[in-house]
Ligand binder design. Structure first.
Ligand code: ARG
Length: 411
């Protein structure tokens, strides 16, 4: 009986070549699995190309709803950004794809899984760690890592073996996209001194083509999840798709950064994530009025840890479950509406409201309605500052050089 393997298939050149190699050189019957997580190019074409490359089957699964519900929304509640910038679209997709690959493998009785990742990136780590966690005895073949072919060699191999080349002329960039964002790397972008050429962007307008007037939108959240856009209740897929369109038109969501990969390499990455940038900003603003200072401070730390957990490929870990239970417990009162202006590449928060807001105008005001008894502040400060006053008297630390402006000027 021929051995079976399930391949994470994108329809691109590299994974099409992988089908062929797995079949001819490794002797596998290749089952392709393509996850539709949004913004997939022509699906009929993907199936046809997979079959022409030698697969026995190409299964395309629409997993957008799953992706948003179980991966993107938890990340949004955690305000998840890697290194304060990247909304993690590619990273979030990997554990879901791994889960789908394992399901397929179990269904057809395969023990081997393949993906096209190279040996230098994050995605190999995310796939392999997730696959091994979900099915500890799985056999993994990372074709990009094992064959280590250059772009030219891949094209030569494809031509020699009658593998159909993708319709669009092959670009020097490597891209990955799903509904939460687009990732672009390679080519000229490898030099961080070179500004990204306009041609790499597909979802966002350059600032000089954005509407002069800008646009105001309203997003309502329930338990930290966005539920309506401009007062219309909508499902999460439509919410994210519409925000990608609207915010992209205003040039929002372009991110250019040098990031630290899991494997220790610094790399220059460009992202387009219009909806993510809008939703993350709106969500965080709503938290500013519905959580206390203590909650905000600890949550910022946990949020950051959650973002790293996603980036580092540790989705199926107990660490994740622990972090998520804290994050979920903070979202019960994150209910309310945020009004945002999208304008020339910026998201400006113009209004926030919540029935459970902790913002008390009677406490905050300097006007006539003031409810705050200012005389009580004096006693508070006496106690708050007492340790410092005691220390100043006993240890004279305020006389140290660090606090002496004049000694800085002299040395
Ligand atoms: N650096 C990003 C990440 O690790 C994106 C990787 C994107 N992959 C690609 N083929 N362009 O999540």
């Amino acid at each position: 009986m021929t051995k079976k393997i399930v391949l994470a298939y994108s329809g691109g050149l590299d994974t099409s070549v992988a089908v062929n190699i797995l079949q001819k050189e490794y002797g596998y019957e290749v089952y392709c699995m393509t996850a539709d997580l949004g913004n997939l190019p022509d699906s009929q074409d993907i199936v046809r190309r997979g079959l022409e490359s030698g697969a026995v089957e190409v299964e395309l699964i629409d997993a957008k709803a799953d992706f948003l519900q179980h991966f993107v929304l938890p990340a949004l509640k955690a305000n998840a950004l890697y290194q304060n910038k990247y909304p993690l679209a590619t990273a979030l997709a990997r554990p879901l794809i791994a889960q789908m690959l394992i399901e397929k493998a179990n269904q057809i009785g395969a023990n081997a899984i393949a993906h096209g990742c190279t040996g230098k990136g994050n995605d190999q780590v995310r796939f392999d760690v997730s696959l091994q966690t979900l099915k500890p005895d799985v056999e993994i073949i990372a074709t990009g890592r094992e064959n280590n072919m250059t772009r030219e060699e891949v094209i030569v191999y494809a031509n020699k073996n009658n593998i159909p080349l993708p319709p669009i002329k092959s670009s020097p960039y490597s891209t990955d996209e799903n509904i939460w964002g687009r990732s672009i790397e390679c080519g000229d972008l490898e030099d961080p001194w070179i500004a990204p050429p306009e041609e790499i962007y597909e979802w966002t307008k350059p600032i000089n083509e954005t509407p002069m007037q800008g646009e105001e939108i309203e997003i309502e959240f329930k338990n930290g999840e966005p539920v309506s856009l401009n007062k219309q209740k909508i499902d999460t897929i439509s919410m994210v798709q519409q925000l990608n369109d609207i915010a992209g038109k205003h040039g929002i969501g372009r991110i250019d950064m040098v990031e630290d990969r899991i494997v220790g390499i610094k790399s220059r990455e460009i992202y387009e994530s219009p909806a993510a940038i809008v939703l993350l900003q709106a969500h965080k603003s709503l938290e500013s009025i519905t959580l206390t200072r203590k909650q905000i401070e600890l949550k910022e730390f946990i949020d950051n840890e959650y973002g790293k957990m996603i980036y580092d490929g540790l989705w199926f870990s107990s660490h994740h479950i622990n972090l998520a239970s804290y994050i979920n417990s903070t979202q019960e009162h994150v209910n309310g509406t945020v009004r945002l202006k999208l304008w020339h590449g910026s998201v400006i928060v113009n209004g926030i409201k919540s029935d459970e807001s902790l913002y008390d105008p009677k406490l905050a005001t300097y006007g006539d309605d003031d409810d705050f008894d200012q005389s009580i502040a004096k006693g508070f400060i006496a106690i708050w500052g007492m340790p410092l006053k005691t220390q100043a008297k006993k240890q004279k630390h305020t006389e140290k050089k660090e606090f002496n402006r004049k000694s800085y000027l002299n040395n």
